[in-house]
Design a protein. Sequence first.
Length: 107
Amino acid sequence: MQTPAAVLNIGVDVGKDTIVVACSEGSFPVREVANQRTAVLAFLKGLPAGSRIGVEATGTYHELFAAAAHQLGFGSSCSIPRIPATMPRPSGCGARPIGWMPHSSPA
């Protein structure tokens, strides 16, 4: 009997040409995937079933990835990193803006 693969928590930062993906469990190093259908599908098909994906939406560039993840049955959510100028920003205690990932420079 085969042991089922562990469910992973994946963070995705989508850009026009590339998608940067990281795994909170450290199951694989941070990697870049081309923002093209064949590359996105190949990456997603390599993830264990039931993995959860958080996507940072950038303009409309996230739509291909989000649609492919949904099509393959992954649970995913999108965050939109824009913070309106009228919204109070966190201060002190090292708070970061929405969408901050450990490998990016802090805002």
